[in-house]
Design a protein around this ligand. Structure first.
Ligand code: NOJ
Length: 750
């Protein structure tokens, strides 16, 4: 159908039928297939008696194909115009084959591989009958206290853009054609906007930021996802400069629709329209419905506000009726783009053989393993503690040694039972007589256990005597050559609603680390978590640190391959690791100040510094070690001056001078020396991930062009300004092996 035909379809609908298209409910509303009685879930969310369930437009988080078939079938029997339901779900980083959490994925800096993971995600969902996934989440994050950093691409704008683009391409298919091909889903960019900047890292808290910050740092990742063709955008829960995003006309109409040219479906976050009242922005549901519609929100996720209020509003106001029609049309276009009018059961495979050939297939697991290996970061490796050798006696200790809950908070469709544990992974790579295992400590401190059990439905673990656990661990550690200590935060300590004031390892695990560190054996810390944890206290007590994040289904195999050198670590941090909570928010691309501390040794008081701690993070953005060594040399610029139409070529040689083949991520940063608005101390502008065998070298080339130098200026324009720029090249954001000045000129003088 073309848009004209769809517009006619909208005209055929009654007001109630139109409003229904804007309502999203969960599958349990359809259990009884009974429209006439308002009971159970309907009553709970306050739907009034006149709402007809069969008018509903979309379903949230029903992910079982049999239920999807049944709900769709019953719906189509009752729906007057036979408009199929859309099934939308939170499939963020894998359906059954679970990939590492997004914050880990971006540490791979391997965006083709990230796109491949999204292709796998889409394929598995497609065959289950899911139409829309609420991914990618592309909120820029700088505060590891916020639990949702695990879902985000990290602190850097360029990585955020690349992540948004790769995910949309993988989920929807390249080329952003209007129709979504077989095997693909519609993608949803979220949360619009700046949800990652909640004050003090506290979940759902207000966001207050300058236009400079918003436009130059926070908006580009959303813009890139939209440019790649994402069919949906989700509003954010937070206020932005005093106005809740879900009722923010400037944000959603002027910026999203007009400036970013988004013409897809804008869906509210869960209950966010109703929350306009709690924000103190709307007096009641009538006013909340009006604010959201005026702001351009098309779908009301899981509240009764649109359902109960829109009818009387549009009857009184023609302008609102036109907005209602516009929103309904957008929903119908999405259904049409997905091909639902031709096949409401799009993609569903009903025979088990069909399903098993795709879900958790060998190929999908291979992609998950590859991405996990490239996402796990080697933070420390003193005296070549790693890799382990096959016949080394290893004591595998810690609550994560045999833990299967390593999928992370948003893997709602993943099954922990499919996870390979670290013990299983190591058992395949070490001689069996070499590996002994002990728990040593619990995952959570006793006093925090109940908090998490509430969400997990798990009974609190029967706690044995913690002393006995510790003694057992010490006993096996004493007979080993090396201790591999698998620790971390619990899944429920990060993710939505998982803000922490002090993101450190649980006390019980710190006690274990302290006790083992007195034995004089090398300790390799393997750390699981959804955020950069503060590791200052433990860092000096261990010889090596491998940061595993939540690595997904292939957990144990990926970690074991890295520990034993079967795979060589190549990941580099996409988010800074602070030394202490007091340094937060800490990020590499901070704005320049009038009184920078130019030298860490210089303790001059009146500089931008702390008097009780260094300004430097524990591990900077872009940092990650390898088992091999990469030597950078022979830096060249083909010219030092360019006009806006020219490019400057920067070349260098990278040589693998170590004894393992491996991958290196070469990073290029730029600092704008003088401009009409203060610019950051440096900004990542390009990178190359290359693979080199032992002894091999490669010439790496970057091209600096005018686009790299542009920024949003105070007058609203997006442009570069003539003058000097510093170019830095290095292995991370802190240590620059090459620094040179270049100049942008309006025309050459000689
Ligand atoms: C709330 C979350 O903020 C959002 O990311 C998610 O997609 C919705 N709930 C739906 O589950």
């Amino acid at each position: 159908m073309n848009n004209e035909m769809l517009r006619k379809k909208v005209d055929q609908l009654t007001i109630q039928e139109k409003i229904g298209q804007l309502i999203q409910l969960t599958g349990n509303f359809f259990d009884k297939h009974n429209d006439s009685v308002v009971t159970g879930p309907q009553k709970k969310i306050g739907l009034n008696g006149s709402y007809q369930i069969h008018n509903t437009g979309s379903i949230l988080n029903t992910v079982d194909k049999q239920q999807i078939i049944e709900i769709q079938r019953n719906h189509l029997l009752k729906s007057t115009h036979k408009i199929p339901l859309l099934f939308m779900a939170d499939i963020i980083y894998g359906f059954k084959t679970i990939f590492p959490i997004p914050l880990a994925q971006t540490c791979s800096w391997n965006f083709p591989l990230i796109e491949e993971s999204a292709t796998v995600l889409a394929k598995e969902c497609y065959e289950e009958g899911i139409h829309v996934t609420f991914a990618p989440m592309v909120d820029l994050v700088r505060d590891p206290r916020w639990g949702r950093v695990m879902e985000a691409p990290g602190e850097d704008t360029l990585l955020g853009e690349r992540y948004a683009e790769s995910m949309v391409n993988g989920i929807q298919g390249n080329g952003a054609s209007q129709h979504i091909p077989k095997g693909k889903l519609a993608a949803c960019i979220k949360h619009f906007a700046a949800y990652g900047a909640a004050v003090a890292g506290r979940e759902y808290n207000a966001v207050d930021m300058s236009e400079n910050m918003l436009k130059n740092f926070f908006l580009p990742s959303y813009a890139k996802g939209i440019e790649a063709g994402a069919k949906l955008v989700m509003t954010a829960f937070n206020t932005l400069n005093g106005i809740p995003c879900t009722g923010n006309k400037w944000l959603n109409r002027d910026i999203l629709r007009d400036a970013l040219d988004f013409d897809g479906v804008l869906i509210s976050d869960y209950a966010a329209i109703d929350e306009l009242i709690t924000h103190g922005y709307a007096e009641n549901q009538t006013s909340a419905a009006k604010q959201a519609l005026l702001a351009g929100v098309d779908i009301d996720m899981k509240t009764a506000v649109y359902a109960n209020e829109l009818e009387k509003l549009v009857e009184q106001n023609q302008e609102l009726h036109a907005l209602l029609d516009e929103a309904v049309l957008r929903v119908l276009i999405l259904k049409n783009d997905l091909g639902l009018f031709d096949d409401p059961y799009r993609g569903i495979q009903t025979t088990e053989e069909d399903m098993t050939s795709v879900v958790l297939s060998k190929e999908h697991k291979a992609t998950a393993l590859k991405l996990a290996e490239e996402s796990i970061v080697l933070l420390k490796n003193n005296k070549h503690t790693l890799p382990l050798s096959r016949n080394q006696k290893v004591a595998l200790i810690g609550p994560y040694a045999e833990e299967k809950a390593t999928l992370g908070f948003w893997a709602i469709t993943g099954d922990e039972e499919d996870t390979i544990t670290l013990k299983d992974g190591l058992s395949t790579l070490l001689d069996s007589s070499c590996l002994s295992v002990a728990r040593g400590a619990y995952l959570l401190d006793k006093h925090t256990e109940n908090l998490y059990d509430k969400y997990t439905d798990k009974l609190p673990v029967e706690r044995e005597d913690e002393e006995a656990l510790l003694e057992e661990a010490i006993a096996i550690a004493k007979t080993s050559d090396t201790i591999v200590l698998a620790v971390g935060e619990n899944t429920y300590q990060s993710g939505e609603g998982g803000s922490r004031t002090n993101p450190v390892l649980p006390t019980t695990q710190l006690r274990l680390i302290n006790a083992l560190s007195t034995l004089g054996k090398p300790i390799v810390l393997v750390i699981y978590g959804g955020r950069p944890l503060i590791l200052t206290e433990v860092e000096e007590k261990v010889s090596a640190i491998l940061y595993a994040w939540f690595p997904g289904t292939m957990n144990g195999l990926a970690v074991a391959n890295l520990l034993t050198g079967k795979a060589n670590p190549s990941a580099k941090l996409s988010m800074t690791f602070p030394r202490s909570v007091g340094q937060i928010p800490i990020y590499y691309n901070e704005l320049r100040t009038g009184r920078p501390q130019l030298d860490e040794e210089n303790k001059y008081r009146f500089a931008s510094r702390y008097i009780d701690q260094s300004n430097l993070p524990l591990y900077p953005f872009g940092f990650g070690k390898s088992y091999t060594h990469f030597q950078y040399s022979d830096f060249r610029l083909n010219q030092e001056e360019m006009t806006k139409n020219e490019q400057i070529k920067v070349t260098l040689t990278v040589k693998n001078t170590g004894s393992y083949s491996g991958k290196e991520i070469v990073q290029l940063y730029i600092c704008d020396k003088v401009s009409s608005i203060t610019r950051p101390v440096k900004l990542l502008k390009a990178f190359k991930k290359i693979e080199l065998k032992v002894g091999e070298s490669q010439r790496v080339e970057f091209e600096i062009d005018n686009d790299m130098l542009k920024f949003y200026r105070p007058d609203g324009s997006f442009d570069s300004e003539s003058g000097d720029f510093d170019i830095f090249i290095g292995k991370d954001s802190a240590e620059h092996l090459f620094k040179r000045k270049i100049r942008l000129v309006s025309k050459h003088t000689t």
